[in-house]
Design a protein around this ligand. Structure first.
Ligand SMILES: *Cc1c(COP(=O)(O)O)cnc(C)c1O
Length: 432
């Protein structure tokens, strides 16, 4: 039995599904999970000594590649000075300044520990500021696992919102309204039906949790306008896109400025750190200045903050040397190569260092079209790629993430592996 398999058997008796976050279980691709020993640069190594080119990148944080030496050293140094104090530090101010330099719409911000917490807090701030209760989110957009955000509401935007999870009360989700991504009418309709009641529209400016789905031309600008006209706030959940699409995230990339922004993943350089922030008059509603309460014992802890400072500092230095242009070029190259090899079988969506291969026949522009993908085929593709040393997220509905450490050669090898997997699928009669 492989060490991964043994560890899985052991972990299953300890944690639900043997994992601390469900997507790690490989449940939907029909095999036991690979347990990781270590990772370096673009490579990840399992406990059985196998090496993979890693396209999970910890679901986004590892934009500099794994175990960047400067980031690791910064964390080590910070740890030696104590792990957490319950009192403010200079490092927190430094990180906040770096974030604001990158994302100027965040005039004030708070550091928190996870994307979930950042979104939950931003939504509370929006409600506190506007005095309204209803939030519009989009089907297929993920905003962490807080009660009010675990809603996609199925097909009809008119129907009563339904939670995606057991254990969430109807009261928790009744103020979460669901619109269709890239569908302006669905948003207009909700504004018309709930006049003066919408506190905020929250959106992933590039959706990356139903697979990667790009905003159509003008969609984000439309959201900016309708929220402003309706007295509602616009929240960009940039937990994935922040520091990835551009140093200033999707708001820089698309030139649309939200009222509130949430960041995470890259912001902590691989340690638990996230942030929310935005217009000063909104953020000044947060305690102790205002009546919106939000707190955190370990918020702004030295280790995570040091990792964030070093990661953002490197990104700022590298930006001058064409860092984001190179990521875009590599992303476009890999997307093109994968499309060449997999052909009619797939739709490839890509922007910058984010991409998705959908086993779908029609262009994927919203959740329903993403959900129409052939997940059985994806599972075969996933397994074939894993056997060839390519580590993908074990779900059709997760993005591929590129890091700065992925070489053209590795991208080429990845596309070649996809070609071989397709051949194998043909031989097995999985595709025509
Ligand atoms: C990952 C993610 C979150 C949740 O962040 P956690 O740190 O996992 O709680 C929220 N929003 C988006 C867009 C994400 O991708």
């Amino acid at each position: 039995m492989s060490r991964s398999k043994r560890l899985y058997e052991r972990s299953k008796r300890l944690m639900p599904g043997g994992v601390n976050s469900p997507v790690r279980s490989f449940y939907h691709v029909g095999r036991n999970p690979v347990f990781i020993d270590h990772a370096k640069g673009s490579k990840i190594y399992d406990v059985d000594g196998r090496e993979y080119i890693d396209y999970v990148c910890s679901y986004g944080p590892a934009i500099l590649g794994h175990a960047n030496e400067r980031v690791v050293r910064a964390v080590q140094t910070a740890c030696e000075g104590g792990l957490s104090f319950g009192a403010p530090t200079e490092r927190e101010a430094i990180l906040a300044e770096l974030i604001m330099t990158c994302v100027p719409s965040m005039e004030r911000l708070r550091l928190v520990n996870s994307g979930t917490e950042a979104v939950m807090s931003a939504v509370r701030a929006a409600r506190g500021f506007t005095g309204r209760e209803k939030i519009i989110k989009f089907e297929g957009c993920y905003h962490g696992h807080s009660d009010g955000m675990l809603v996609k509401a199925g097909s009809g935007v008119l129907t009563q919102s339904m939670a995606d999870s057991a254990g969430i009360t109807a009261a928790e989700v009744k103020n979460t309204l669901v619109a269709k991504y890239n569908d302006r009418e669905s948003v207009e309709k909700l504004f018309q039906e709930n006049p003066g009641e919408i506190a905020a529209v929250i959106v992933e400016p590039v959706a990356a949790n139903m697979g990667v789905v790009l905003p159509e031309d003008g969609f984000l600008a439309f959201l900016r306008k309708i929220t402003r006209d309706g007295g509602a706030l616009l929240i960009f959940d940039e937990v994935i896109t922040g520091f990835r699409l551009a140093l200033g995230g999707a708001q820089e990339f698309y030139g649309v400025t939200p009222d509130l922004t949430t960041l995470g993943k890259i912001a902590g350089g691989g340690l638990p750190l996230a942030a929310y922030g935005g217009r000063r008059e909104i953020m000044e509603q947060i305690a102790p200045l205002g009546k919106v309460y939000q707190a955190g014992t370990l918020s702004g802890n030295p280790a995570a903050v040091a990792a964030g400072i070093e990661t953002l500092s490197i990104l700022m230095e590298e930006k001058e040397k064409g860092f984001y242009e190179r990521l875009e070029e590599n992303g476009a190259y890999l997307a093109g190569e994968l499309k060449n090899r997999l052909g009619e079988l797939v739709q490839v969506n890509q922007v910058g260092s984010l991409l998705s291969v959908f086993f779908a026949h029609a262009p994927v522009t919203d959740y329903a079209l993403a959900a129409a993908s052939d997940t059985g085929r994806f599972a075969k593709y996933f397994n074939g790629m894993l056997e060839r040393g390519i580590f993908l997220a074990p779900s059709q509905f997760e993005a591929m993430f590129l890091s700065a450490e992925h070489t053209k050669e590795e991208l080429h090898l990845t596309a070649c592996a996809a070609g071989e997997v397709l051949k194998e699928m043909r031989m097995n009669g999985d595709v025509n």
